[in-house]
Design a protein. Structure first.
Lengths: 256, 248
């Protein structure tokens, strides 16, 4: 019984220590982000890798998500003779919830996993040690620019996801199911307020931070071997997904 | 001058360094030899605080670097150049950019000064025409040369070589050894080499240190090292499996 309690205690302490390390990693990255000199060229490069390189998958997933919302929304609203609210329902669903969450999932799968694998490989091949030995702070060089880039790229990707999603719903609702184009857009115009857009932007910024924070941490601290890199990549994606959903709940409850 | 005093390091329950004491002569090449996995690289990584000990001190110019904060540590690390086992070149950059990297990040050198100094270093290591290539396009020997050029670009006082010839054929290994001797003569740095390729390392070393069972058994010039009566040294030189060195 005592040994069982001891084991549980050790596991709990390990988990708490792990969370502490995770938090300290973020604090160090944020601190380094504000310390001059700013790594503008790296931030621009990572905006490209996080934003531009994820664009195709975000556009594709946004379009199909919007089309599915068009079908499902029409099916539900028809039961209440409220098909004309399709534009409104789609826009609110995308702006407040699906846009930020699904684009964050896409970026995690597309870029977050690559980040973890790249940093894990750099750890395994002593490239991170090489930075330390050249008196260069690897967190400032490798992590902070990625975090800043994600804070810029994620809201933009989410905005694109939303626009394409609404277009997808328009194609299905107006083009296939026969909803009037005027009612589609007027419903949207009447029901969407600034707060809906704002809450989606806040969510996307938070999710961008979560993705780069978790994926960089897991890659940076990956055990220096092939299985270590693969394990770090898997863990970074799973933990990012879970934290995005958990944080989404809290943000939704605060900003409803 | 670098001095290591009573250095202890364990990983979980495995004791790697068990009270290491050694002093590295300034301006000379000291080679640390020992069996694979005996802790040579671990000892090397303590010299510029890439690893911190469980107990003990590492003095660089009379400063105990194990007690330093991050800012002072980076200042001390600027004295070092390191050639890693796999060269540790940054994959995303060309050879030129890898070598120029410390200059761009740590100095205010102009691009014209960088464009003058980097080709010089590349020429010195025999990679004059390889600046535009990426690390993935280089052979093992070329990577080591590029790593050496990067290690030397800041004119360091101390250069650490972690297994510089591992994975290379004997001809390339000899060329890398010659390169180490030549660059040491040119730049006058204190060289600390980790290796287990004997007897070749005797030709490049001013001193040879034997690391076994977590301690430094002996630090002597190569000719004395060869003739040492220490059974640990003799077992290692003769490559015997039986003796005081515990074979894992």
């Amino acid at each position: 019984m005592v040994s069982l309690l001891g084991r549980i205690g050790r596991v709990a302490l390990d988990q708490i220590a792990g969370m502490g390390r995770l938090l300290l990693f973020l604090v160090a990255a944020v601190f380094q982000a504000f310390r001059p000199p700013a790594k503008i060229h790296l931030i621009i490069y990572h905006i490209k890798t996080i934003g531009v390189d994820s664009l195709s998958v975000v556009v594709l997933s946004g379009f199909f998500t919007g089309m599915v919302m068009g079908f499902q929304g029409y099916y539900s609203l028809r039961k209440f003779n409220a098909e004309s609210w399709l534009g409104s329902a789609t826009a609110l669903g995308l702006l407040r919830e699906l846009g930020p969450v699904l684009s964050a999932f896409m970026v995690t799968g597309r870029t977050g996993s690559a980040m973890a694998a790249e940093l894990g490989t750099m750890r395994a091949t002593e490239q991170i040690d090489a930075l330390y030995s050249m008196a260069i702070n690897p967190i400032k060089y490798l992590v902070s620019p990625r975090i800043i880039a994600s804070l810029i790229a994620m809201p933009l990707l989410t905005a694109i996801f939303n626009v394409i999603g609404i277009f997808g719903a328009y194609v299905v609702g107006v083009g296939i199911l026969g909803v009037s184009s005027g009612s589609f857009f007027s419903g949207m115009e009447n029901s969407v307020v600034f707060h809906d857009v704002y809450s989606g932007v806040v969510k996307s910024v938070c999710f961008g931070l979560i993705i780069t924070w978790i994926c960089c941490y897991k890659g940076f601290n990956a055990p220096p071997m092939a299985t270590g890199v693969s394990q770090a990549t898997t863990e970074s994606v799973v933990l990012s997904f879970v934290l995005i959903l958990v944080w989404d709940y809290f943000l939704t409850s605060i900003m409803l | 001058m670098i001095r290591v005093a009573n250095l202890y390091k364990s990983f979980h329950s495995q004791i790697v360094l068990n009270g290491v004491n050694i002093e590295f002569a300034t301006g000379k090449i000291t080679t640390i030899v020992g069996t694979s996995g005996c802790g040579k690289t671990v000892l090397l990584k303590h010299l510029n605080a890439l690893l911190l000990p469980d107990k003990g001190e590492v003095f660089v110019d009379s400063v105990d670097i194990t007690k330093l904060g991050q800012k002072d540590l980076y200042r001390i690390r600027s004295k070092f150049g390191v050639l890693f086992q796999g060269a540790a070149l940054l994959d995303s950059m060309t050879v030129f950019d890898n070598v120029a990297f410390p200059l761009r990040e740590k100095t205010r050198a102009s691009e014209s000064a960088i464009n003058k100094k980097v080709p010089e270093r590349l020429e010195q290591v025999g990679l004059g025409a390889m600046g535009h290539k990426f690390p993935a396009e280089l052979s093992g020997g070329m990577k080591k040369r590029a790593g050496l050029a990067r290690a030397l670009i800041m004119d360091p006082e101390i250069v650490l070589f972690d297994e510089p010839t591992t994975g290379l054929d004997p001809v390339l290994a000899t060329s890398i050894h010659q390169l180490i001797v030549r660059t040491q003569a040119d730049f006058g740095f204190t060289g600390i080499v980790v290796s287990h390729t004997i007897p070749q390392v005797f030709d490049i070393s001013d001193y040879v240190a034997m690391l076994a069972n977590g301690v430094v058994e002996e630090v002597t010039p190569p000719e004395i090292f060869r003739a040492s009566q220490n059974p640990v040294v003799q077992q290692f030189i003769q490559g015997k499996t039986e003796g005081p060195i515990q074979v894992l």
